[in-house]
Design a protein around this ligand. Sequence first.
Ligand SMILES: C=CC1=C(C)c2cc3[nH]c(cc4nc(cc5[nH]c(cc1n2)c(C)c5CCC(=O)O)C(CCC(=O)O)=C4C)c(C)c3C=C
Ligand code: FE2
Ligand code: FE2
Length: 346
Amino acid sequence: MPSSPNKGRIGVLLVNLGTPDSPQTGDVRRYLNEFLTDGRVVDMPAAIRYPLFRGLVVPLRAPKSAKIYQQLWTDRGSPLLFHGLDLQKLVQEKLGKDYLVAFGMRYQNPSIEKALEELRDAAVERIIVLPLFPQYASASTGSVQEKVMEIVSKWWVVPSISFISNFVDEPGFIETFATLGKAEMEKHDYDHVVFSYHGIPERHVLKGSLNGHCKLGSCCASYNKNNRYCYRAQCFETSRQLGKALGLTPEQYTTTFQSRLQSRLRDPWLQPYTDEVIKEYPAKGINSVLAFSPAFVADCLETTIEVGEEFKEMFEEAGGKHWQLVPSLNTHPQWVDAVAGMIQRN
Ligand SMILES: C=CC1=C(C)c2cc3[nH]c(cc4nc(cc5[nH]c(cc1n2)c(C)c5CCC(=O)O)C(CCC(=O)O)=C4C)c(C)c3C=C
Ligand SMILES: [Fe+2]
Ligand SMILES: [Fe+2]
């Protein structure tokens, strides 16, 4: 796009979920307090949510989570943060001077507010918001969208804004994961592939169902105009596209859901649960598994620790021999191109 004196730059806001400022209990508590009192994450009435989570759930969870964050932490801090900042820099370089790329986190730092102010102060012509979640969930993408709208609604001049709500089947997203997966497949023969997505409560899926279409059954087996915003249907679509790109038959891969927060007896989350599925594999003759985490585009607690370490341990305890996590997209050049492409086409 040619520069012109009358044309402002296009502002781009990349957003990820957020991470604590440090792996110490106090910072983890602050992060969890902000995250778990978001009504799109825990959809209880505020009068119950705040006292329950601030008074009981978070104080109990924070010291345990802090221990896990200490395992994850690197010299550069939290991977979710430094991969995000690196991505911002590389996408800026790729898009050039007609764009200004900012990065923010939905919870904690750097805040979405600061990032939006940076774009406003640079007098950008319009803003494109790209939440870095491939599949739309109200608890992730929806929450980012709400926060952005809440902030700009208070500005005197509200700029033109567009949101990229998902990139479930974006070729560059699929192809980068396929490149990373094929690199692992060349090193080892795998009996099976698992695509493990971040879970959400089933209730969240039903609440998002258009005209009552979604019944948590075969309704999500194809991705179409009736379930365009259904997280479950989107996860299955990503798995289908990844399966195709990796040359797998449907029997060679399984879609599962991880990271459930509450007891499944009280509050069922999307199923099948990854931990339950993989524990049964060795008895079925599946001894080597290649695992993808396609609900994330950067390595974080949920990929490196949960899939890369905890699931590996569970699988091996059940008798499995080889468990391998495919690294996330992070700053892979193909992924940087894909992000720049999604923005240029917007
Ligand atoms: C892929 C997008 C995400 C959705 C959807 C999502 C829903 C969701 N998450 C929780 C609770 C927790 N998630 C936690 C970590 C975490 N979650 C996402 C993304 C999504 N969550 C990311 C990227 C991360 C990792 C952050 C990092 O710092 O590395 C945590 C914190 C860790 C822990 O204490 O276990 C919690 C808690 C709920 C309840 C929910 C939907 C209702
Ligand atoms: Fe989460
Ligand atoms: Fe659905």
